[in-house]
Every structure is written in structure tokens, then in C-alpha cells.
Design a protein around this ligand. Structure first.
Ligand code: NAP
Length: 279
């Protein structure tokens, strides 16, 4: 039986550590405030925003919600971001993605001041990640590093294969694994001989946005498998990019969906919020 990597427990541990840190900060007169901006009423976004504000409340981070109508123009949103950038009482700014199609997401992300960019998406923070400077880390990949470390899985010298090259998962994941001295390969939809490649992986990280895409055929015996995918099937049940039942017997450790990577993303967002006020 593979070790089940328990994202629920690890994220709860991190949130508890942060709650205690925020308590101590408050005693010193330091508070943390996150601005959460949502445009439109995409149902999935509403759930994510609700979970984020709940996590803030638990940890003791103040959150201010800005719920804007779908019809909000790019200029109006830009104005709000500028205002939040300049407001000293706001420590972090989170713009829930996706934005409506008439708004240029990259333009908005680039407008958030890098010192308030708690999602770690601003090019300055992306650059800092790759050069090894201190900055905000993209939450999902940072959460995966925590999952691995807190499960006592060694990264140094290990062969890691990442399936997927998105800006929010695959690419920052590669940078973080390199920092940990892993040997990293990124695969994508044009990769040839995909199974040969993934079968070399000591640690396989799957972020392809395809339900149950990865089966046992992709896995080396004893590999660690991290499933980033998140999908709802026809019965409204969550599943990942990995066919868990098929892969689990072959893996030495594996993340479930739900309860694996998902809860870590919010925990690392909270970590970034607290980081805005750390000395
Ligand atoms: P994305 O932007 O859609 O990127 C998917 C990546 O997978 C692309 O780079 C694509 O390659 C690659 N890909 C597609 N088919 C492939 C194949 N057959 N073989 C190899 N690579 C293939 O997705 P994302 O934003 O990174 O998200 C990935 C998954 O993680 C989604 O299910 C998403 O819901 C989930 N997610 C979960 C969390 C969380 O907190 N748990 C956070 C973020 C994302 P090309 O570049 O060549 O197209």
C-alpha cells in the first residue's frame, strides 16, 4: 500500500502555525489585511473566494471583499488595483481568476504591486523565483514542496518529471524543485514518448487538466505521485488527473483528490499573506 500524502492534515498544521504567528504579531501591534477582488459570479470562483476568506478568518487575517459585477470594465478594475496598491492598510491583493473575457488578465496581474502580489504571479516575483531571490511563491507549487518535505520525501538528486507547463503550476514547480536540487524534466502536450519519460520519474507531478489521464502504465514502481488535477465527474464527485485506483498499488506515496494538493494552495496563500508583514 502506498503512503497517502495527507494534504488536509499538513495544510491544517501550516494554518495552525500561521494562526499562532499572527497572534504574536497582533500582540506587537502588527495586523495583516488581504483584499480579495472578484469580478462576476463564476460559481467555482465563488467557492474559492469563500474558502480563502474563511481561512483568513481562522488565522486572524482581516479580509476585505470587493465583489464587482461582470460588466466591470478593465479601466474600473485597474483603478481599484491602483487604489489598493496605494492603501497602506492593505497588505496583500488577490484577484480571483479567471477574469471575464473582456478583461486582460496579464495586464491586471502586472498592475498589482509586487510587494502585495500574494499569488506570486507578477513577473517580478516569477523572476525572483528563478534567480533564487526572496519573493512570493506561486501557491500550488509551493504547497507541493511542503507536502513532500513534511512527508519526509527527499528531493535532492531525485529525478522529477512534471506533466504540464502552465505559468501557475508546471513552470514554477520546476523552479522550486531545482531549488531543492532535484533533476527536473517538464513534459507537455507535444512531448514524444511520454510514458518512457514519466516512467523514469522518482517523483511524478501531474497537472494536465485531464481527468484520470495518468494510469499505472506511466508510473515507475515505487514512484511518488502528486496529482494536481481537480475535476468534477458526472456524479459531482471530485477526481484528479491521476487514476488513483490504478496507480496507487504501483506508487510508494500518492496524493488523493480531494484532500491532497487542493488544501495546500490556500495554506500557502495564507503563508504569503503573513509574509507581507514579516521583518
Ligand atoms: P493548464 O493551464 O490547462 O495546463 C495544462 C498543461 O498540461 C499544459 O501545459 C499542457 O501542455 C499539458 N498537457 C495537456 N495534455 C497533455 C498530455 N497529453 N501530455 C502531457 N502534457 C499535457 O492547467 P493548469 O492551470 O496547470 O492546471 C492543471 C490541473 O491542475 C487542472 O486540473 C487544474 O484544475 C488543477 N489545479 C489545481 C489546483 C489546486 O489548488 N489543486 C491549482 C491549480 C490548478 P501544452 O502547454 O502543450 O498545452
Amino acid at each position: 500500500m502506498a503512503q497517502l500524502i495527507d494534504g488536509k492534515k499538513i495544510s491544517a498544521d501550516i494554518k495552525e502555525e500561521l494562526r499562532l504567528e499572527v497572534e504574536t504579531l497582533k500582540e506587537k501591534g502588527v495586523s495583516v489585511c488581504l483584499a480579495v477582488v472578484q469580478v462576476g459570479e463564476d460559481p467555482a470562483s465563488c467557492v474559492y473566494v469563500r474558502n480563502k476568506t474563511r481561512a483568513c478568518a481562522y488565522i486572524g487575517i482581516e479580509s476585505k471583499s470587493y465583489e464587482l459585477p461582470e460588466s466591470t470594465t478593465e479601466e474600473e478594475l485597474e483603478e481599484l488595483i491602483e487604489q489598493l496598491n496605494q492603501d497602506p492598510s492593505i497588505n496583500g491583493i488577490l484577484v480571483q481568476l479567471p477574469l471575464p473575457a473582456h478583461i486582460d488578465e496579464d495586464r491586471i496581474i502586472n498592475l498589482i504591486h509586487p510587494s502585495k502580489d500574494v499569488d506570486g504571479f507578477h513577473p517580478i516575483n516569477v523572476g525572483r523565483l528563478w534567480t533564487g531571490e526572496d519573493g512570493f511563491l506561486s501557491c500550488t507549487p509551493a504547497g507541493i514542496i511542503q507536502l513532500l518535505k513534511r512527508s519526509h520525501i527527499t528531493l535532492e538528486g531525485k529525478e522529477c518529471v512534471i506533466m504540464g507547463r502552465s505559468n501557475i503550476v508546471g513552470k514554477p514547480m520546476a523552479a522550486l524543485l531545482l531549488r531543492e536540487n532535484a533533476t527536473v524534466t517538464i513534459a507537455h502536450s507535444k512531448t514524444e514518448n511520454l510514458k518512457e519519460l514519466t516512467k523514469r520519474a522518482d517523483i511524478l507531478i501531474v497537472a494536465v487538466r485531464k481527468p484520470k489521464f495518468v494510469t499505472a502504465e506511466y508510473i515507475k514502481e515505487g514512484a511518488v505521485v502528486i496529482d494536481v488535477g481537480m475535476h468534477r465527474n458526472e456524479n459531482n464527485k471530485l477526481c484528479g488527473d491521476v487514476d488513483f485506483a490504478d496507480v496507487e498499488p504501483q506508487a510508494s506515496a500518492i496524493t488523493p483528490v480531494p484532500g491532497g494538493v487542493g488544501p495546500m494552495t490556500i495554506a500557502m496563500l495564507m503563508e504569503n499573506c503573513v509574509k507581507t508583514v514579516r521583518e
